[in-house]
Design a protein around this ligand. Structure first.
Ligand code: NAD
Length: 333
């Protein structure tokens, strides 16, 4: 198991006031935990469209944490000063953004403008969680930040790809036109505890199916590849990037590429499940291969992912088992 020493807790020079929008989501809630651990003050905003209150329930009562339930499609008025406005709000998995297509377009367009305006008003820095989906079905492999992407502007994933491409364009327009400091990351497939078990992403699907003894649904022949990043590696990259003055975009992902079938087999081994694999047709516009080129993040942030797939999946499976236990306990009581 490879674990190098570059996951440092970098203490803040002074506590910062940080607005995290999308804070009750999977990535947002882990980021909030880390920012609070580093001594900052966090105002968490979420409309709970795909996020879950349980993800931040452990923070209720924390002296430096406040939660506001709000839909960022509407402007947000805040009295206090802010150092950072961090925009992680958006449905993020294909079943979710396809279920909420208009909301996805709106949060990435109107929501992004409201947060960019708020950052300007507060003289704060703006952070955007973009996605590897801006590369679409990429024409280069692995993907460097210079790749403009191969997206279908009106295809079944367009509400998300084009929403994020618009959000990047808006952030760069405010940066170039108003001099607003921005940081844009492009997140590649990330997994870990607190993912919604029904979000339709491969890791959650496979773990849920393996633990339930159901067949693991593999789309296509399973030879298409994914590169999976564990959430603590992503959060470490984000925190490092907050200390570096560069608008990006910067890829954050794990470059180790595995076939979907290999991932399924690893999850079967780690769960000890005897579930078979069941093969289904590949969805339209599903990317065949996606792998980040992380040389920019390595150079700029001195960052590289350190959590191996075995270790990250084992932690995620343990958390899923724990959640399942809680669920069964709640049903019994
Ligand atoms: P998530 O769905 O768990 O979190 C997104 C959060 O945003 C949710 O809590 C949701 O309720 C909230 N939200 C959505 N619309 C909102 C609105 N209008 N107002 C306020 N809150 C709103 O997804 P995630 O996996 O944690 O993703 C977080 C961010 O990272 C997203 O912007 C996503 O596009 C990006 N991203 C994630 C991945 C990944 O692998 N998890 C990959 C690429 C990009």
């Amino acid at each position: 198991m490879v674990r190098t020493t570059n996951v440092l807790s970098l203490p803040a020079e002074r506590p910062l006031s940080i607005l995290v929008v999308g804070a009750a989501g999977f990535v947002g809630s882990h980021l909030v935990d880390r920012l609070l651990d580093d001594g900052h003050r966090v105002i968490a905003v979420d409309n709970l469209i795909t996020g879950r209150r349980e993800n931040i329930a452990h923070l209720q009562g924390h002296a430096r944490f406040r939660f506001i339930e709000h839909d960022i499609i509407q402007p947000l008025a805040l009295d206090e000063g802010l150092d950072w406005v961090m925009h992680l709000a958006s449905p993020a998995s294909p079943p979710k953004y396809q279920h909420w297509p208009i909301e996805t377009l709106e949060v990435n367009s109107f929501g992004t403008h409201h947060l960019l305006d708020l950052a300007r008003e507060k003289h704060a820095k703006f952070f955007l969680a973009s996605t590897s989906e801006v590369y679409g079905d990429p024409l280069q492999h692995p993907q460097k930040e210079e790749h403009w992407g191969n997206c279908n502007p009106n295809g079944p994933r367009s509400m998300y790809d084009e929403g994020k491409r618009y959000a990047e364009a808006a952030a760069m327009a405010y940066h170039r036109h108003y001099g607003l400091p921005v940081r844009i990351i492009r997140i590649f497939n990330t997994y870990g505890p607190r993912m919604d078990p029904h979000d339709g992403r491969i890791v959650t699907n496979f773990i849920r199916q393996a633990l339930a003894g159901e067949p693991l649904s593999v789309f296509g022949d399973g030879a298409q590849t994914r590169s999976l990043q564990y959430v603590s590696d992503l959060v470490e990259g984000i925190v490092r990037y907050m200390k570096v003055d560069h608008p990006g975009p910067v890829n954050l992902g794990n470059p180790v590429e595995r076939t979907v079938k290999e991932i399924a087999e690893m999850i079967l081994r780690l769960t000890g499940s005897a579930s078979p694999l069941s093969f289904h047709p590949l969805p339209e516009n599903d990317p065949k291969r996606r792998r980040p080129d992380i040389s920019l993040a390595q150079e700029l942030l001195d960052w590289t992912p350190t959590v191996s797939a075995e270790e990250g999946l084992a932690r995620t499976i343990e958390a899923a088992r724990h959640d399942q236990g809680l669920l069964q306990g709640a049903r019994r009581s």
